[in-house]
Design a protein around this ligand. Structure first.
Ligand code: LMR
Length: 418
């Protein structure tokens, strides 16, 4: 009965790993998926995660019962605190409905299904470009996807004027997808002043913010290393000024509504555990309670209730101040390595005299560099150098090591000079 089906294409990101796995070359390099690797090119399980798992395993009182539909209560509370700040007025007023979901994608999908059922505007604006899964998640949930300008290839920076024009012309009340930090794939974020302008514009038009926060703390640690203050950014000193300094918190502080999808894939390295949370900030506690009840109706027929293990790891770490601190130290080590890769790649291209301005490699933040290489150049690098990356020219800096930088620099040099 399925004989007439056509072969579907591989996923543009996860399919890169499929192609990489098939390549027998000993020099092959996977810079496709955004997953952290050690200097030895190996996946990393954080020590603090191993320790949390050990504590969980040793605790004989733990059982394997179903979680509630909304997930682990502690995990939900701690996740809301992590993104909105411990002193968030919305949390204090019980105006936030948080549900545990299947990592970032699952949180986005549950949020989108909820909006498609209960929000009066079915149009969502997503940045151009954005993470390749965004348009699919929202379209399949029943939303109508439009784009707003975000990236300027000429400057390899933010097209802020275009962004303001497009959001200014957006249908009033529409949903707007915003990357909370470390925009994927470009690594280009608005400044806090620009965020404030975006906030004012969106609030004046009644546009509903839906934050995708897949890199929280990873980006903040990178920011810290490049000159900021970790106490302020990680919420240790959570004064309201500091809390307001974060894009998501700016939107919460104005008392308006917003949605936020969080992932623990990157910042705790829990990729395969599929741990995430969706929070909907409402105007009153009564509304938040109704929203939560409706989220349960979305989740129950989809996957019933979420898995227990990954969320228990996150809750164990977030609620213990010592483990929390250890986590930030390990995060710093990951961020340090990524920044060092940026410097090394930039230096290697400079040393080769590779034509073009490559300073964006050190300016962009987060896990990715949006190189500016085109599809043809990427295909050349894959064919001739066995380097795997997404066809839009995005490379995962976290997949690179001191040993592989020269190989990548040779490939980029050959691709742009041929
Ligand atoms: C990525 O962009 O590489 C990650 O978010 C992994 C994924 O699921 O696409």
């Amino acid at each position: 009965v399925f004989a007439s089906l056509v072969q579907a294409p591989e996923d543009p990101i996860l399919g890169v790993t499929v192609a990489y796995n098939k390549d027998p070359s000993p020099n092959k390099l996977n810079l496709g998926v955004g997953a952290y690797r050690t200097e030895e090119g190996k996946p990393l399980v954080l020590d603090v995660v191993r320790r949390a798992e050990q504590l969980l395993v040793n605790d004989q009182s733990r059982v394997k019962e179903y979680l509630p539909i909304v997930g682990l209560a502690d995990f939900n509370k701690l996740s809301a605190k992590l993104i909105f700040g411990a002193d968030s007025p919305a949390i204090q007023a019980n105006r936030v409905a948080t549900v545990q979901c299947l990592s970032g994608t699952g949180s986005l999908r549950v949020g989108a299904e909820f909006l498609a059922r209960h929000y009066h505007q079915l149009t969502i604006y997503i940045p151009q470009p954005t993470w390749g899964n965004h348009p699919k998640v929202f379209t399949l949930a029943g939303l109508s996807v439009k784009t707003y300008r975000y990236y300027d290839p000429a400057t390899r920076g933010l097209n802020f004027q275009g962004l303001l024009e497009d959001l200014g012309a957006a249908t009033s009340g529409a949903i707007v997808l915003l990357h909370a930090c470390a925009h994927n794939p470009t690594g280009v974020d608005p400044t806090l002043e620009q965020w404030e302008q975006i906030r004012q514009l969106m609030r004046s038009k009644g546009l509903l913010p839906f934050f995708d926060s897949a890199y929280q703390v990873v980006a903040l640690v990178v920011w810290w290393i490049t000159g900021g203050q970790i106490e302020n950014m990680l919420g240790f000193a959570s004064g309201s000024l500091d809390a307001d300094a974060q894009p998501v918190r700016m939107f919460v502080a104005d008392g308006g509504e917003c949605l936020a999808a969080q992932s623990y894939a990157k910042n705790m390295g829990l990729y395969g555990e599929r741990v995430g949370a969706l929070s909907i900030v409402c105007k009153t506690a009564d509304v938040a309670s109704k929203v939560e009840s409706q989220l349960k109706l979305v989740i129950r027929p989809m996957y019933s209730n979420p898995p227990i293990h990954g969320a228990s790891i996150v809750a164990t770490i977030l609620k213990d101040s010592k483990m929390y601190d250890e986590w930030t130290v390990e995060l710093k080590a990951m961020a340090d390595r990524i920044i060092s890769m940026r410097k090394q790649l930039f230096d290697a291209l400079s040393a080769r005299g590779t034509p073009g301005d490559w300073s964006h490699i050190i300016k962009q933040i987060g896990m990715f560099t949006f190189t500016g290489l085109n599809g043809e150049q990427v295909a050349f690098m894959t064919k001739e150098y066995h380097i795997y990356m997404t066809s839009d020219g995005r490379i995962s800096m976290a997949g690179l090591s001191s040993k592989t930088v020269p190989h990548l620099a040779d490939a980029i040099h050959a691709a742009v000079t041929r």
